[in-house]
Write a protein that binds this ligand. Structure first.
Ligand code: NAD
Length: 447
């Protein structure tokens, strides 16, 4: 935790999902007085009573502590935000239902509800991920629709936290980006994050448009790195080379680095897929679509990994999945989260089910969300129950509990010792020694 508290500011956080709830709790931890506001009454009721409505390591305990401190409260009433020094916009910006563009209706609606309550000098700080140009448009709206007029200043302060590490990433981010148009705005944001900055976090001060672009560019780079190694996995599959060893060899090159160079089933979640699509769409609108044309390929490579995983499982089933008992380990889009938005594991489970397999899913935290989204799949309550009687086990989200499982003990429960490691997360040799037919994407099978 930061070494010192900030001089207390009054803050509002609009939108209390994965990002907003984390931000609200962490800002209270820094010493500020924070109200979290959302239109979802159930979410607000849950947060106000001290129950985090999603899973995120450490956050549940901190939520309780901050509510007890009296510095944190939650409301569905936007008038509770009146008088705050900074209003953080953290609402969702999902993909449009019928186009690759970002859906900004929630953001627009949130600002429209907030603006009438802004009657004194304050900052409105956008944290949501948005297409470049959004801040400029919202700033014009804010000037014309809030009683504070020019004194309500719009800034962009994009967020880079990772689910599963959200608290750590908020308190110790790699960098803070302040997209500001005045020294006053810069100083106020710096006062808000003072303990984080005092801990050595670099601050990049820039204009709002560049700040918006930093987020789109960062996510595009990360997605590209993942798809790059997965493209190499396709080559490996055609040649008998081993992508895991290739990635290891590449990672020793400091110019390349090993992070985000893990081959496997690819990325999903509520950010990377929709962010690269929205970025591509926005670039086309701006007449520079060619500049990021490669992102469509990044997306396509990523989607192909899902089909390839289904193909590998089908190969193990000798070409016919009908009636085959496949256990899918993992549902969340990544470990240490219960978020199933665009989760590769569930997408593969759905495809297997459609092909006639009898699919049983187990995930340590995402079961409720998965059951709601995919009621047709079967679910087991424990890892052991999930694999019992399986003809093929597919590890698709690399939770630690799956990594640590004993191959011999699992082997005693299954009907056949067939495993597809969709994340290169398991010790292949240990599984083979325990009599499993172990296969992984981009790695030659050894019988
Ligand atoms: P989320 O869906 O978990 O939360 C969004 C919240 O906004 C919901 O609780 C929803 O009820 C609320 N909301 C919708 N309309 C509203 C309105 N008019 N007024 C008030 N609240 C409203 O989404 P999230 O994952 O927290 O993402 C939020 C934003 O942060 C997105 O732009 C996302 O791209 C960005 N982001 C997310 C992460 C992450 O890891 N989740 C990381 C960085 C950036």
């Amino acid at each position: 935790f930061p070494r010192r508290e900030a001089d207390a500011l009054s803050l509002s956080v609009i939108g209390t999902g994965y990002l907003g709830a984390t931000h609200a709790v962490c800002m209270a931890l820094l010493g500020h007085s924070v109200v979290g506001i959302d239109v979802d009454e159930n979410k607000i009721r849950s947060l106000a009573s001290g129950t985090l409505p999603f899973y995120e390591p450490e956050l549940q305990e901190l939520l309780r502590r901050m509510l007890e401190s009296g510095r944190l409260s939650f409301s569905t009433d936007f008038s509770a935000a009146a008088g705050a020094d900074i209003h953080f916009l953290c609402v969702g910006t999902p993909q449009m239902p019928d186009s690759p563009a970002a859906d900004l209706r929630f953001l627009d609606a949130a600002l429209a509800r907030l603006a009438p309550h802004l009657d004194r000098a304050c900052l409105v700080a956008g944290k949501s991920t948005v297409p470049i140009g959004t801040a400029e448009r919202l700033a014009a709206f804010l000037r014309s629709s809030s009683p504070a007029g020019d004194q309500a200043e719009l800034v962009w302060n994009p967020e880079f936290l990772r689910e599963g590490h959200a608290v750590e990433d908020t308190l110790h981010p790699d960098r803070l980006v302040f997209g500001v148009a005045s020294e006053w705005a810069r100083d106020r944001l710096a006062a808000c994050y003072a303990p984080v900055i005092a801990d050595g976090t670099p601050v990049v001060e820039t204009d709002p448009a560049t700040a918006e672009l930093v987020k789109a560019a960062a996510n595009s780079f990360l997605a590209t790195k993942i798809s790059y190694i997965n493209a190499m996995a396709e080559i490996c599959e055609a040649t008998g080379a081993d992508v895991n060893q290739l990635a290891t060899a590449l990672s020793y090159d400091n110019r390349i680095g090993g992070r985000f160079l893990k081959p496997g089933l690819g990325f999903g979640g509520g950010c990377l897929p929709k962010d690269i699509r929205a970025f591509t769409h926005r670039a086309k609108e701006l007449g520079v679509g060619q500049a990021v044309g490669f992102l469509q390929e990044v997306d396509a490579i990523n989607q192909r990994r899902r089909q390839r995983t289904v193909d590998l499982i089908t190969e193990m089933a000798c070409g016919d999945l009908a009636g085959v008992h496949v256990t899918v380990l993992g549902a969340a889009f990544k470990p240490d989260s219960d978020d199933i938005r665009d989760a590769p594991a569930l997408d593969v489970a759905r495809m297997l089910h459609q092909a006639g397999a009898k699919v049983t899913v187990f995930d340590p935290k995402a079961m409720d969300n998965a059951r709601r989204a995919y009621p047709d799949l079967a679910y087991a309550d424990t890892l052991e129950a999930a694999v019992t009687g399986a003809e093929i086990v597919a590890l698709l989200t690399e939770w630690d509990v799956f990594r640590r499982a004993d191959p011999a003990a699992l082997g005693a429960l299954v009907q056949r010792r067939n495993i597809v490691d969709g994340r290169h997360a398991l010790d292949a040799e240990a599984y083979r020694a325990a009599g499993w037919d172990y296969r992984a994407l981009g790695a030659p099978s050894k019988l």
